[in-house]
Design a protein around this ligand. Structure first.
Ligand SMILES: Nc1ncnc2c1ncn2[C@@H]1O[C@H](COP(=O)(O)OP(=O)(O)OP(=O)(O)O)[C@@H](O)[C@H]1O
Length: 300
């Protein structure tokens, strides 16, 4: 099920400007008649220093894409690179180390440790990995996120928005090449949600980070540079410099297609009639799930 691009690609991707890349990325769950094709030959490039949002109907493969790009899940076919390292085929131990060193995760459930204060939560993944934080960078992150006067507070003493900021700081602390954010505003009221989106935007604009965010919210997607639209396991569209209105309009087309053709769900398995082939010329990708603390706390 791989594409010609996947067949021709060898070991290393041209890393220049590209934080993550997939070619012919295919993921099937189950076997026989119960097989679900969650991703169907996806080609995608996530550009460095950009904020990419991933949208699509429920079941379109957003989480699966994120997990495969982040090396949290195996692929059925195709190749994935983080920078110039092909991660498909890496052994678990190598993958764990690579994730720990090069990726930051932000999940809807913040995964903060209740007994640790904010400062300790922020540096925990690095502490576990035996890495010393770059204090100058850490200070910059803490100040950018407005957490300076909250560092001694435990999660229960922080508001939801502040907790999410701590989770954001934790994802940024090791200066990862790539940050995956899964519905990072999902549990927040609109003001706190806007704050977090603003911080992710600043992480890209002011700190030069690369962010990929899965969201269902057109307003959140409007904070990105590029929106990738997934439909039935394929990238069917993309939008540069999105506005909430334009994203909403595009999302409505998924509903129209579903009603017109079968009235059913958008579960993976078939292509959306009249939509693209799944080959994206643009950047980025990935998706959600509830992610668990072990992701953040990867040990070698
Ligand atoms: N572990 C699994 N076993 C079997 N099928 C799965 C598994 N994980 C996902 N799927 C299926 O793969 C397809 C894509 O799922 P995925 O979670 O990636 O979609 P999504 O776009 O993130 O959905 P949502 O917006 O609802 O979170 C769905 O049809 C889903 O049912």
């Amino acid at each position: 099920m791989s594409t010609p691009a996947a067949e021709h690609a060898v070991g290393r991707a041209e890393a220049d400007g590209i934080a993550a890349r997939a070619r012919g990325l295919t993921k099937a769950y189950g076997s026989g008649e119960t097989t679900v094709l969650a991703l169907d030959s996806v080609d995608v490039d996530i550009m460095r220093g950009r904020f990419t949002a991933v949208m699509g109907p429920s079941g379109s493969g957003k989480s699966t894409l994120m997990h495969c790009l982040a090396g949290l899940d195996t692929v059925s076919a195709g190749q994935v690179w983080l920078g110039d390292t092909e991660i498909t085929g890496l052994k678990d131990r190598e993958l764990t180390r690579l994730r720990r060193d090069r990726i930051g995760f932000m999940f809807q459930s913040f995964n903060l440790i209740p007994t640790l204060n904010a400062a300790e939560n922020i540096t925990l993944p690095m502490d576990i990995a035996g890495q010393r934080p770059d204090q100058k960078w850490l200070d910059q992150v803490i100040d950018t996120l407005g957490l300076r006067d909250r560092l001694k507070h435990r999660p229960a003493q922080l508001s939801g928005g502040q907790q999410q900021r701590v989770a954001c700081a934790r994802a940024l602390a090791s200066r990862p090449e790539l940050i995956f954010a899964d519905e990072p505003t999902g549990n927040l009221d609109s003001r706190a949600g806007l704050e977090v989106l603003g911080f992710l935007r600043e992480a890209v604009d002011d700190l030069g980070q690369t962010v990929v965010m899965v969201t269902h919210d057109p307003g959140a997607a409007a904070h990105s540079d590029l929106v990738l639209f997934l439909g039935d396991g394929r990238i069917v569209d993309e939008m540069e410099r999105p506005t909430a209105e334009a994203v909403l309009e595009r999302m409505k087309r998924f509903d129209t297609i579903r009603v017109t053709f079968d009235g059913g769900g958008a579960g993976a398995g078939g292509a959306i009639p009249g939509e693209g082939s799944g080959a994206s010329s643009g950047s980025g990708a990935m998706a959600p799930d509830g992610g668990s603390g072990d992701v953040t706390l990867d040990k070698d």
